[in-house]
Design a protein around this ligand. Structure first.
Ligand SMILES: C[S@@+](CC[C@H](N)C(=O)[O-])C[C@H]1O[C@@H](n2cnc3c(N)ncnc32)[C@H](O)[C@@H]1O
Length: 221
């Protein structure tokens, strides 16, 4: 059974499988998401003293790419991290997260496919800064990266993330004064998302009417 948490007006989180929940949702203005890539948790950076790649636990949800058909069927602009692992239509509007401090053994960038007919853009954010924000999800995205993404859908009032994880897209959305609907299947990540998004709503500067421009020359709209 789906659990539904209304965190605030216009901010609703669903614990359950997005394949079942998506058909029950109303219209959204943009989909910004980060589905499992099917490359396994072992591909993630190793964080913490004494950790090695061999003691990384594999997660079932990252063993194979998910079926994105229900997400692609949504009539709204889409930004999909890991889009290079999926069979998606050609686009010129790729987004890239460049990791300036990535060691040679790790990927130096990640890609998001978008349905936007625009030039491709790149955002730099270090692995060190990403690790400093971690709340307990092994593939958590940096908050600033997700805020940058939302700058590419400036008119989207209601943002949907059907693979919400620890809720980074939701935190970015509420911090920028947008509404948010998020879906997550794993209870422990759902709890993290509920807490992070509730906490973000309590922060005083969330009522800024217009998102401030990212400091780096990240996008021209
Ligand atoms: C790559 S992670 C997202 C991480 C997120 N961007 C963050 O910053 O925390 C993908 C998430 O999708 C969830 N997931 C996988 N299949 C799902 C499904 N069918 N419905 C809902 N959530 C699903 C996984 O449990 C996982 O937490």
């Amino acid at each position: 059974m789906t659990r539904i948490e209304t965190i605030a007006e216009g901010v609703t989180l669903y614990l359950g499988d997005c394949r079942e929940i998506l058909p029950t949702l109303g219209k959204v203005d943009a989909v910004v998401t980060d589905p499992p890539y099917g490359i396994g948790y072992a591909a993630q950076p190793i964080v913490g003293k004494g950790k090695t790649r061999s003691n990384h636990e594999k997660r079932d949800w990252d063993d194979s790419p998910v079926d994105l058909a229900p997400v692609l069927a949504i009539d709204a602009p889409k930004i999909i991290w890991g889009g290079n692992y999926y069979d998606l239509p050609p686009t010129r509007g790729w987004l890239s997260w460049f990791k300036p401090d990535a060691p040679p053994s790790l990927s130096h960038f990640e890609l998001a496919w978008t349905s936007l007919d625009r030039t491709s853009k790149q955002y730099a954010w270090s692995i060190a800064a990403t690790n400093a924000e971690r709340v307990g999800h092994p593939t958590q995205k940096p908050l600033e990266l997700m805020k940058w993404c939302l700058g590419f859908v400036p008119d989207a009032k209601l943002i949907l993330d059907p693979f919400m994880g620890s809720g980074t897209t939701g935190v970015a959305a509420v911090r920028l004064g947008r509404m948010f609907a998020g879906i997550e299947r794993e209870p422990k990540y759902f709890e993290l998302a509920c807490k992070r998004i509730s906490d973000a709503l309590k922060q005083p500067d969330m009522f800024i009417a217009q998102p401030s421009k990212p400091k780096q020359e990240a996008f021209e709209l």
